[in-house]
Design a protein around this ligand. Structure first.
Ligand code: RIB
Ligand code: CA
Length: 313
């Protein structure tokens, strides 16, 4: 069985850390490269967090390339930091892990992505769990790689809701122009909308299942998840921490974990209170440019993560 070559673009981040672990655990994914971005924390921190997580799960061999420190239109807005992820991006638990010994690539994220895609025998899937800046700059600066990208699955966007503004989701808010470039690229896109990814929540019992694996990674990830759980329980007034970023990885491993509908999606780039909204053409007058994830199978996702973490560490 040939594995799917994957490039993962992250702003690690608690749910990004789970996304990395899930991707690494899968027998269907060949994780070729991780690129980092600003978002939940500054790019320097998200890079260190990514290296820490890779060391923790024993995959220091996967290259990590440093990416964008801000959005394409940084002078309009650059959003860095998130209460959900704590000051260090890992629920204020990063110091439980040693400072990483592995170091990032000497290439930039965009250069390393281009090289990886060109050298790959099979077409690549890009999974993005943060602002799409690195991916958009890749497509703009190396248009020749587009034909070797089988799909771009991203965590972000929304149809009816928001988590930074009433209709705006954080990853698209962080770089609306980049999301628009990706949606207009002609490449197959999966948008894992906020409405669907909010369904990827882990209860106290689910956390216990992870903890009971009794490995170093499961211990650390559970500690980080506790911070996340407190945040989401206060915000959503219900039990459970939401791991948005596992959704595009789960789809790549097993498409039956999500339900999708095709829509034409355009990013609002001008709105005063709606800039970064992903607006769907509900009357379906325009040809779809994305499969939008509408719903997740929560139980399947929890099983996939627990099973995956069971193979690590
Ligand atoms: O809106 C959820 C997204 O914002 C997730 O990717 C989370 O990690 C943050 O980046
Ligand atoms: Ca993220």
């Amino acid at each position: 069985m040939s594995k799917i070559p994957v490039i993962l673009n992250v702003d690690t981040g608690i749910d990004d850390a789970f996304a990395i672990a899930l991707a690494v655990s899968s027998e269907f994914i060949d994780l070729k490269l991780i690129t980092t971005s600003f978002g939940n924390c500054p790019v320097k921190t998200s890079t260190t967090n990514t290296l820490r997580i890779l060391e923790l799960i024993g995959r220091g061999d996967i290259p990590v390339a440093v990416g964008a420190a801000g959005s394409i239109m940084s002078y309009l807005q650059t959003v860095v930091g998130s209460a959900a992820h704590g000051d260090d991006g890992l629920g204020n638990k990063a110091a439980l892990l040693p400072y990483p010994e592995i170091i990032p690539s000497t290439m930039t994220a965009v250069e390393h992505m281009a090289k990886t895609i060109k050298e790959s025998k099979n077409n690549v899937i890009i999974i993005s769990t943060c602002a799409l800046t690195n991916v958009a700059v890749l497509l703009l600066s190396h248009p020749e790689v587009a034909e070797k990208i089988d799909g771009i699955a991203f965590s972000g966007g929304s149809l009816f809701s928001g988590n930074v503004l009433p209709t705006v989701e954080a990853n698209v808010f962080s770089d609306p122009e980049a999301a628009q470039v990706v949606l207009n690229s002609g490449i197959r896109v999966l948008m894992c909308s906020l409405e669907a990814s909010t369904g990827a929540y882990f209860t106290f019992e689910d956390r216990q299942k992870i903890r009971q694996l009794e490995t170093r990674p499961s211990y650390f990830l559970c500690e980080a998840l506790k911070h996340h759980a407190d945040h989401f329980e206060n915000l959503l007034l219900r039990e459970g921490s939401v791991l948005h970023d596992i959704v595009p990885v789960a789809w790549t491993i097993d498409p039956s974990t999500v339900e999708t509908k095709p829509y034409y999606i355009e990013v609002d780039l001008d709105g005063r209170y709606t800039r970064g909204s992903t607006v769907a053409d509900f009357p379906k007058q325009r040809r779809a440019n994305a499969a939008v994830c509408m719903k997740v199978d929560r139980e399947k996702l929890v099983d996939l993560v627990v099973e995956g973490l069971g193979k690590i560490g």
